[in-house]
Design a protein around this ligand. Structure first.
Ligand code: GUN
Length: 300
C-alpha cells in the first residue's frame, strides 16, 4: 500500500492565522475595537513559559492587544482569583487564558469557574463544556471551544470533508483534549467511542476506527498493527524523547513509521496538531471580540 498522506497542520494553521489577522483588521474597521488576549502564567514551568510566550507573540502579530501576567509559583488561590476577576471586568480584555497546570495549592476547577464564560477562550468553563456537550448536530459553534480539539476537527474536516457516519475512536479522556474532541466528532455525526487506560482491549478498539484520534501523552504507544488500513490518524501527542548525540526530539503518541504504510492520512509530530492550538486560540479570541461587538457569527 502507498504511504499515508501527511496532514499538514503547519500550513493549515498558517492559513487560519492569516484569516484571523484579516478578521482582526475588519473588526477594527467595522466596530473600532481591537481584540485583547490576557494570558496568566503561575510559576516558571519551562514548557508553559514557551507556550505562553508564543500565544502572546502570535496575538500581537495578528494585531491584537496582549496582556501578559506572570505570577510566582507560590501565588495563593485568592490572589489568582482576584486577578481573574480584574480581567473579567476589563473591557479591553476579550479572552482570558490561564495556563495549565496550576501549582498544587490552587484548585484549578475554582479558577476555571471564575473566568467569565464569554472570555473563556480555552473553552474550559463548565458553561462552555455544557454548551459543547448539549448542542444539536449542525448548530453553530458560536461559543469558545477548547483549542486543540477545535484544531483536530478543522484538520479532519479539511482532510475528509463531511464526517457523518464514520467511526471515530478517541484514545484519551482528558478535559483538555479527549472529551471535547469526542463531543466535536459526535456533533459532526460520527459514531464515537472513547478508549482510555482502563479499556480492556485498546488494539482491538483502535482497529475499528475510520478516524483515530490519540491523546494520551505516551510516546509511540499506538502501534502500526492497531490501525485499520485506510484510516485517518490524528496524533495529538507531543513527547520529548532522547535522540542521538545526547539530543532530544519530539514524537507523537503513535508509532509514526509503523503507521505510515497502513493509514491513508496522518498528522506528523511536529507539524500536525501542534501548530493548530495557538491558531485556534487566536480564532477563539477574535470570535469573542466579534460577539462582544454584537457582530453575527462567521466561520473564519
Ligand atoms: N496546558 C496545556 N495545554 C493547554 C491549553 O490548551 N490551555 C491551557 N490553558 N493550558 C494548557
Amino acid at each position: 500500500m502507498a504511504e499515508a498522506k501527511l496532514i499538514d497542520g503547519k500550513a493549515f494553521a498558517a492559513g487560519l492565522r492569516e484569516r484571523v489577522g484579516k478578521g482582526v483588521a475588519e473588526l477594527k474597521a467595522a466596530a473600532g475595537s481591537t481584540p485583547g488576549l490576557a494570558t496568566v502564567l503561575v510559576g516558571a514551568d519551562p514548557a508553559s513559559q514557551v507556550y505562553v510566550r508564543s500565544k502572546g507573540k502570535m496575538a500581537a502579530e495578528l494585531g491584537m492587544t496582549r496582556f501578559e501576567h506572570r505570577l510566582p509559583a507560590e501565588t495563593g488561590e485568592e490572589e489568582l482569583l482576584a486577578l481573574v476577576r480584574k480581567l473579567n471586568a476589563d473591557p479591553a480584555v476579550n479572552g482570558i487564558l490561564v495556563q495549565l497546570p496550576l501549582p498544587r495549592q490552587i484548585d484549578t476547577s475554582r479558577v476555571l469557574l471564575a473566568v467569565d464564560p464569554d472570555k473563556d477562550v480555552d473553552g474550559l468553563h463548565p458553561i462552555n463544556v455544557g454548551r459543547l456537550g448539549s448542542i444539536a448536530p449542525g448548530a453553530l459553534l458560536d461559543f469558545p471551544v477548547p483549542c486543540t480539539p477545535l484544531g483536530c476537527s478543522m484538520l479532519l474536516a479539511d482532510a475528509l470533508g463531511p464526517l457523518a457516519g464514520r467511526h471515530a475512536v478517541v484514545i484519551g479522556r482528558s478535559n483538555l483534549v479527549g472529551r471535547p474532541v469526542a463531543q466535536l466528532l459526535l456533533r459532526s455525526s460520527c459514531t464515537v467511542t472513547i478508549g482510555h487506560s482502563r479499556t480492556r482491549d485498546l488494539p482491538a478498539l483502535c482497529r475499528l476506527a475510520d478516524i483515530l484520534v490519540v491523546a494520551i501523552g505516551k510516546p509511540g504507544f499506538v502501534r502500526g498493527d492497531w490501525i485499520k488500513s485506510g484510516a485517518t490518524v490524528i496524533d495529538v501527542g507531543i513527547n520529548r524523547v532522547p535522540a542521538a548525540e545526547g539530543k532530544t526530539r519530539l514524537v507523537g503518541d503513535v508509532a509514526f513509521a509503523e503507521a505510515l504504510p497502513i493509514a491513508a492520512q496522518i498528522t506528523p509530530v511536529p507539524g500536525g496538531v501542534g501548530p493548530m492550538t495557538v491558531a485556534c486560540l487566536m480564532y477563539n479570541t477574535l470570535q469573542a471580540a466579534r460577539r462582544k461587538a454584537g457582530l453575527p457569527f462567521v466561520a473564519v
